[in-house]
Design a protein around this ligand. Sequence first.
Ligand code: UDX
Length: 435
Amino acid sequence: MRISVIGVGYLGAVHAAAMADLGHTVVGVDVDEAKIAALSEARAPFFEPGLPDLLASATASGRLRFTTDFAAVADADVHFVAVGTPQSADGDAADLRFVDAAFASLLEHVSPGDVIVGKSTVPVGTASRLAQVVAERAPGATLAWNPEFLREGFAVKDTVSPDRLVYGVPEGEAGARAARILDEVYASAVAAGTPVIVTDYATAELVKVAANAFLATKISFINAMAEIAEVTGADVTQLADAIGHDARIGRRFLNAGVGFGGGCLPKDIRAFSARARELGRGDSVRFLDEVDKINLRRRDRVVELVREECGGLEGVRVAVLGLAFKPHSDDIRDSPALDIAMRLADGGAVVTATDPEAIANARRRAPQLAFVESAAEAAAGADIVVLITEWPEFTGLDPEELGALVSHRVVVDGRNALDAERWRSAGWRFRGLGR
Ligand code: UDX
């Protein structure tokens, strides 16, 4: 099939490359010239395991190209819109500026019979509004909404073999045809038995935000238990193991620590709350405000632990291990690690931070911090070591070797990812979250 992908950020770049790898002919379009220049040379503009190989093979096949010229979409019959929907500068709602701009540019080049597929995470009600715009400006084209559930770090795998496919389509033959075309686009996943759920627009939009709201709630639930564990002497990790054996609960997404960050969960739950308030149903998801607060309190807790262990922050030398919002990513959007590092520095601590992939991004955002290339350099002369992003490079550290470098053997494990007993036997004072 001939496909265009509008917006080649984390989502769109992976989608474009994966579609070309599946055998489709793909053009990726974006207004960001630097991104297009990198992708045109088969270079990934961000760190994502597997993406460089995929870009190289798809580009070599001649089926994948990138351009800033929207007119190029005219060659395609299926157009994916994968632009960002960040949090608004003045509140919690999603900022739909990029979606509206993408549709405006795209619709100038769409032909009757084309299918436009929204992938961006949008407030419920957006697709039916955009369907009107499509009907006015590109009569004969059909809008579908096909939310994306990929996780950074596993984006290639999640795109090629998703857990499920959701198509929000209009009623009638046009919608049925759009669903058939999407089945063709995803033919390999469909043939492999991936469940396909065909819905109306509102359901498709809600599936995405509901899934993210559920995941965020699960994380904040266990972090709330961590808060209780901290005042009772209980161990939240054992608690998670024990309740996680109940298949109805499940152990995944029950890792207590500094909580969730990134470009999706935090802004998506806030946008969901804001949209529910607009719909007069703010009460229905008011618990998400609490989910957000619990999540942010965990960052305070790490700062408090450092203060407690070191008798204040002024002049304290802190080694911060991790800057990305999670391992296997260079993404620092709403990263608990970078936030904590900056707050420690604001409080007067001398922070030396490291991360296997996110230093360049972090340096742009927080030039006041000192960055080094390895945990060993960060730990040299440190009064306290704080692990915040559980990269294998950090969880695999040898406490004996690291202990020889620091001035004081004190570690805060912000992800409950270290073997506490091993560190204690190497003479470290060990503080975890919720244990
Ligand atoms: C998330 C959703 O998982 C994905 O389906 C959606 O498409 C986009 O948002 P992502 O943001 O890439 O994906 O990361 P995810 O792996 O979900 O982690 C989100 C955050 O939660 C990270 O900061 C992670 O460290 C944190 N987390 C995750 C926990 O604190 N505890 C857990 O048990 C799991």
